[in-house]
Design a protein around this ligand. Sequence first.
Ligand code: NAD
Length: 302
Amino acid sequence: MSKVIAFLGLGNMGGPMAVNLLKDGHTVHGFDPVEAAQQHAKENGVDVRGTAAEAVEGAEVIITMLPSGKHVLDAYQGAEGIPGLLELAAPDTLFIDCSTIAVADAREAARLAHDGGHRAIDAPVSGGVVGAEAGTLAFMVGASEENFAAAQPVLEPMAKRIVHCGEAGAGQAAKVCNNLILAISMIGVSEAFVLGEQLGLTHEALFEVTSNATATCWALNTNCPVPGPVPTSPANRDFTGGFASALMAKDLGLAMHAIESTGTESRLGSMAAQIYQDWAAGEAARLDFSSIITEIREHSTA
Ligand code: NAD
């Protein structure tokens, strides 16, 4: 059934996600403080409003797709004299936060929404801008059974896969674990390819063996960090497009927060976080995270 949805955060991900909701027959009121994001969403048919208050007027569902946990909590509670969404929304509104934020922030957002007389779920995504545009994102959801059932039809036009991971915060927990594996495996694949180069192996031979053997993983088979074996991987276009190193560094910061707060042993996670933090501090911030192979080559003695 079609719904009135307020969509806050019309950036690289939120813009195309809002468009897919529109295409599915929902009424979408968008808001973003940045002029370029507003303009782009308008050109794609989104009814962009001048303020968050105007966007949430009459909305049954409020979706946020914002840069960080602070942005989400500030938007929910209000900041700098701007009233919060929890106050502006009609009673029992369904809040869906799709941003990647800390587990603790997601739990806090859900608690605040519940105390304010609303329902809330965390629903971070993987699949990047390409998945947002194609409506093929993977959603990891933290919610009660009831709230998950209410959110599912809203998520479907944006999704290829929707997994209910548990109660509030469980979606963010799954996201942080996924990206921890991804970062470590990308560094491992990159080190192995540089070692192969040093030992005189061709990329093709090493790929042929590893992608069909026990080393197989997404970082190797789909996002291969060397040009050639997988023609669609970002390495074939100087690491442009794809998943930015800066976003990987951000997600590993969230992983480290979770690792420290739970007392989990994660030596490789800590190293991966440091490696990506250093890499993203420079010009590589915007490059796909598989560009880490360049850093490994630079540090290897020929
Ligand atoms: P982005 O910076 O392109 O978009 C975020 C937008 O939020 C910006 O346009 C900003 O102006 C807007 N914004 C900030 N405060 C706002 C407010 N109070 N109300 C309304 N809008 C507000 O970032 P993105 O790439 O779209 O990522 C959004 C989230 O999705 C992040 O948490 C990111 O980690 C996560 N994510 C991104 C990708 C990716 O590949 N880009 C993949 C998975 C998850």
